[in-house]
Ligand binder design. Structure first.
Ligand code: ATP
Ligand code: MG
Length: 429
């Protein structure tokens, strides 16, 4: 027989799980609840000392950008918080969906706003709010009042205890737990009253635009969109380059890359996508260089071209989706050979990740289904049967000399004929 304590803990944890499941169901049904505002929680941004206002301003700008087209919203910075207030009707799911894509936000609290700053009204509103949010459920709560409007006659502690008392009277199935409440009911008294108790998880990271710009080598695979997402999450703006090899690759392969860029841009903001015609360079390598070295030589030229375009467009780094040992061109030796042509830093955020870990992120950001569409990309066509896994830089350089009579013209031609597409987020709402 388990002891009484254990039975109690098990019962409580079952109750907590039931309550949490109930909240998830309720949140999706909860169209009737009128949330007029969102309180935006941000974390790391808060540690930026004197630069803090730059981060906050950028975050406000990003929030506005993401909510564009979903209604009228005012975004305000107040007492170290960001408030998003709806000034027109809007779709709750769409707005929260967009806010979840804004880097820099860790939590989104839907807020009920009461214009009348008066205790009786606050009390009534709180009682209604709890009923609408949580129904007749059994749970613990704690009231957390903050009074920044000092004209309001009651102090925070007094508000906490009186509202708590009314809630207990009104709903006998509730109880107070000041240490680990199931529901923390926040009441903020300013020039209006703000009620909130729920937090939707945000994307985290830092607001895009606070950390420069980088050039993503974007293929149609699984890894590079994830790599772009991860670097953008640290506040970095993205441009992208795709190496196209018509007629060996189809229009659909190119469209797939544009679709992937569009999904990533839902987080990072618009992406300037540079499409390079790589066919002639690939054919020259194929004709003149040893086949087991094809991929490594091709990757060196990709990096060189990407770097040129990056510099012209004021990008401070390159990003790839490489991961140690994933394929022959990503062994330590191969990566060292590829890297040798780069003077800009190369960020490889997937470098220590297993494929499954990369897939998990791609599913989370919604690029997976597009990435696995079966259109050929230029690397899969020109692959050698037995690629070198331990390339020696001097040997690779000697092989590249075989291209010396054509490569300068081919590189110039490739750079002169770049097609540029401005890719913006596909609002799938
Ligand atoms: P997969 O998910 O199948 O591994 P991948 O795009 O990662 O796809 P790799 O051959 O592993 O394919 O390429 C390593 C990295 O090189 C990619 O993550 C990407 O950054 C870059 N790359 C490869 N092919 C291209 C291309 N056609 N255009 C632009 N970048 C490319
Ligand atoms: Mg890969």
């Amino acid at each position: 027989m388990p002891s009484v304590d254990i039975v109690y803990i098990v019962q409580r944890s079952v109750m907590k799980t039931e309550f949490r499941n109930y909240l998830t169901r309720k949140q999706s049904e909860e169209k009737e609840m009128e949330y007029k505002a969102f309180l935006i929680k941000y974390a790391e941004i808060g540690t930026k000392g004197k630069n803090r206002y730059v981060f906050e301003d950028t975050l406000c700008k990003q929030i506005k950008e993401h909510l564009k087209g979903l209604g009228e919203f005012a975004v305000r910075r107040e007492y170290g918080r960001i408030f998003v207030e709806a000034e027109s009707s809007y779709d709750y799911e769409d707005a929260v969906g967009e806010l979840k894509k804004v880097f820099g936000i860790i939590g989104i609290c839907p807020v009920v706003v009461e214009e009348q700053v008066e205790f009786e009204t606050i009390k009534k509103k709180t009682i209604e709010y709890m009923k609408e949010c949580y129904g007749e459920k059994t749970f613990t709560f704690k009231v957390n009042a903050r009074r920044s409007n000092k004209k309001f006659p009651m102090q925070s502690m007094q508000i906490n205890s009186e509202i708590g008392h009314y809630l207990l009277e009104e709903y006998p199935n509730l109880s107070v737990d000041v240490h680990h409440p199931d529901v923390l009911l926040n009441i903020e008294i300013r020039e209006k009253v703000y009620l909130y108790s729920k937090t939707e998880k945000g994307a985290g990271g830092l607001p895009v635009g606070t950390n420069g710009k980088a050039m993503l080598l974007l293929s149609g695979g699984i890894d590079s969109p994830v790599a772009g997402y991860m670097i953008s999450k640290r506040g970095v703006e993205l441009e992208a380059v795709y190496f196209n090899a018509p007629p060996y690759t189809s229009e659909r392969a190119k469209q797939k890359v544009m679709d992937l860029a569009a999904i990533v841009s839902g987080f990072s903001g618009n992406i300037k996508l540079h499409i390079v015609n790589f066919t002639d360079i690939q054919l020259a390598i194929y004709e003149k260089c040893p086949h087991e070295e094809l991929t490594i030589i091709m990757r060196r030229y990709m990096m060189k071209i990407a770097q040129e375009i990056a510099k012209k467009n004021k990008c401070q780094a390159l990003i790839t989706g490489e991961s140690i040992g994933q394929v022959a061109s990503q062994t330590m030796h191969s990566l060292a050979c590829t890297n040798e042509v780069c003077t800009l830093p190369v960020f490889r955020p997937c470098i220590g990740m297993d494929k499954q870990e990369i897939i998990d992120i791609s599913e989370q950001i919604d690029t997976y289904e597009t990435s696995i569409l079966p259109y050929e990309d230029c690397c899969t066509i020109f692959v050698a049967k037995h690629p070198v896994t331990k390339p020696v830089l001097e040997i690779i350089k000697r092989s590249e000399e075989k291209l010396s009579d054509v490569i300068d013209d081919l590189l110039k031609e490739a750079l002169d004929t770049v097609e540029v597409v401005n890719v913006c987020p596909a609002y799938t709402a």
